[in-house]
Ligand binder design. Sequence first.
Ligand code: ZN
Length: 73
Amino acid sequence: MPTPGPSDHPSTTCDSCGAPDDDLAPVHRVYVTPAAWDLGSPDERGEEHVQVLDEVERWCFPCRSLYPHQPLT
Ligand SMILES: [Zn+2]
């Protein structure tokens, strides 16, 4: 029985947790850094620093519920 390759079956496992799932959605991963960690940015003092990655990942529903992300529209 052949092992499915990523190019043949691109949407069968979550890119975040690696779990097989049929309900995957394309998202941009978002990194949220607390302001206390970002001492070099006075303009953003008191706010979170948010970084949205350009790379598109496919996430399962649990990951979309648990982790910050930006859905593709
Ligand atoms: Zn997942």
